[in-house]
Write a protein that binds this ligand. Structure first.
Ligand code: S3P
Length: 173
């Protein structure tokens, strides 16, 4: 049964903050995959990348997706790269409605400016905006598989949550 609501999308599109608001609006528990991984590893994501490498992080991500997609009635925020993995995408889509948040690259650049938080972008050197555009282009085919897309560049959180809730109404039984 596709009962969860899953927010996906690139870094800086607002998955965590909007996920919390959406969960409150729907009266559901909220789980953020990155936060779950950090809590269980007792380590920040940049530290996991630094000590064990990206492949280890992706393995922890796959385990978290397996566990969460077997639960029901939740709002889940993925990491920006979670649905690059075909099994993750399949499991998440079969467990709920997959909503992709999109944002213009320049705005992603501004929102993710602080270094040390997103190892995937920090690796991009001075050409960070170019890295963002390249990764967005590489990942478009995955994000495009979401059931619905919402652009968060201009809208207020309230407008975005209203729009998502309007879309979700068709799934209510
Ligand atoms: C990643 C995005 C991050 C986090 C990790 C890798 C990615 O999540 O999962 O740093 O590959 O796009 P956010 O999108 O929540 O920043």
């Amino acid at each position: 049964m596709r009962d969860n609501v899953i927010l996906t999308g690139f870094m800086g599109t607002g998955k965590t903050s909007l996920g919390k608001l959406l969960a409150t609006r729907l009266g559901r528990p909220f789980v953020d995959i990155d936060k779950k991984i950090e809590d269980e590893a007792q380590m920040s994501i940049p530290k996991i990348f630094e000590l064990y490498g990206e492949e280890h992080f992706r393995e922890l991500e796959r385990l978290a997706v397996k566990e969460l997609s077997s639960r029901r009635g939740m709002v889940i925020a993925t990491g920006g790269g979670t649905i690059k993995d075909a099994d993750n995408l399949r499991l998440l889509k079969s467990s709920g409605v997959l909503i992709c948040l999109t944002t213009e690259p320049e705005e992603i650049f501004n929102r993710t400016e602080r270094r040390g938080e997103r190892p995937v972008l920090d690796g991009g050197g001075n050409e960070r905006l170019e890295s963002i555009k390249r990764l967005l282009a590489e990942r478009k085919k995955f994000y495009d598989q979401a059931d619905y897309q919402v652009d968060t560049t201009e809208w207020s959180p309230l407008q975005i949550i209203d729009d998502i809730c309007r879309y979700l109404r068709q799934f209510r039984s």
